[in-house]
Write a protein that binds this ligand. Sequence first.
Ligand code: GDP
Length: 534
Amino acid sequence: MLDIASNRPELPPEIARRRTFAIISHPDAGKTTLTEKFLLFGGAIQMAGQVRAKGEARRTRSDFMQMEKDRGISVSASAMSFDFKQFRFNLVDTPGHSDFSEDTYRTLTAVDAAVMVIDGAKGVESQTRKLFEVCRLRDLPILTFCNKMDRESRDTFDIIDEIQENLAIDVTPASWPIGVGRDFMGCYDLLNDRLELMDRADRNKVAESIEIKGLDDPLLTKHIPADMLATLREEVEMARALLPTLDPQAVLEGHMTPIWFGSAINSFGVKELMDGIATYGPEPQPQAASPRAVCPEETKVCGFVFKVQANMDPKHRDRVAFVRLASGHFTRGMKLTHVRTKKTMAISNPVLFLAADRELAEEAWAGDIIGIPNHGQLRIGDTLTEGELLYATGIPSFAPELLQGVRAGDPLKAKHLEKALMQFAEEGAAKVFKPSFGSGFIVGVVGALQFEVLASRIELEYGLPVRFDQSQFTSARWVKGERQAVEKFVDSNKQHIAYDHDGDIVYLTRLQWDIDRVERDYPDIKLTATKEMM
Ligand code: GDP
């Protein structure tokens, strides 16, 4: 069943075996626990608890990280690679808090599928819905894991109905739970006709798996009490009559999601979900780029930066650019063209993220995520190639929804502040605008919490206390148009003009009315709320 079914047969086996995905969920649904079990079954860690323990050791490093921990949010995203059967899984971590939606959005441009984790008692929660909508924009295939079935959970049909109605996607059961809450015994695997029995005694043990010849198999009566078996038969019969059957093509196109029921903490249902990712999660997919798309099977290497993380090691001012390889076979030491600057870069210290460790990447293939340490040359949206001038597209930058002025506590430190702000702008942690009039900067973010995060990072990483204060502006729009039209527009609207960290022109205002007026009075000018980073 796990044969690699490729729709592009010429894909090299090393690429065809890769599955690059993210987990989307509402905080507390079980993303961390599930990740840990993935790593456990992937052989990347020996014992559950390691990820958390390591994570915590790392987090105590600074107050900023403490803040992250206190709030139960993960500000820094990372990537993890591990093997499962003949597959190589690359799990890209999505920041969990809604304030980081832009970061999350970009993370989701680097994956080929998403696993949606929901809590069996709570169903589809707000953050899950938001992330789902982002996946939908890209028609990402989505596999669903309904977690915490060991506790009182909602009726199985209710959960499925809620997903179908709330998210407008067809749901097909890949497994069916037997019993609820304390009576939960395990699942009937509808795809493989197996009975999976949960072991409550040993949380790290893989479920006992028994091959069954359909629901009439007398073997079932040996394992399931008569009343529960009757319910199971009845429910599965109903499910088969009422719910759509699994259509792999519809899953690939993002119109249908298979759902597995399980309990991450009891390691239950996790292996079946991993088999599902291997079977229905696609191999690396083509990457949109200009002037042409990039296919993974191309022999030349192409990759794009979807995330930049600064100060991962507080002792060094290094930055790590997370690069998704879109094509080819990368080897360490390769010289790649940094398309934005047309300069050549020797990639001598690329890192792969294995479980909670990083290690030097001797090689990597399309679909993999590698980290490239650098001193700020690599920015979000940048493309690396073997010479061809290709620009990855579809990695947008959103107009911030909240603007504030920022000042250094000590006015003599204004230059330092500028440096810190530019770094965060490059990282994508905030938008920084320099107004064409007056002095100072305006910082824009998507969620209010980011101001706090920024203030504490600037203080910690640059020793610079800062103050944010109200700005006279509330909206920012990028200005597009022919050069002459733009110049004319800038000249007559000086009080509203600023420049972002790339030097692109931005129109600042506090009134929607202004934006409408510009659209009416300047038909040659376009104000946009997103800018493609390229
Ligand atoms: P995250 O916020 O989505 O990363 O969620 P965590 O993995 O940290 O889990 C949140 C809480 O739910 C933790 O206390 C877990 O121990 C608990 N949890 C996770 N999976 C299960 C499960 O299958 N059953 C039960 N009963 N609790 C679980």
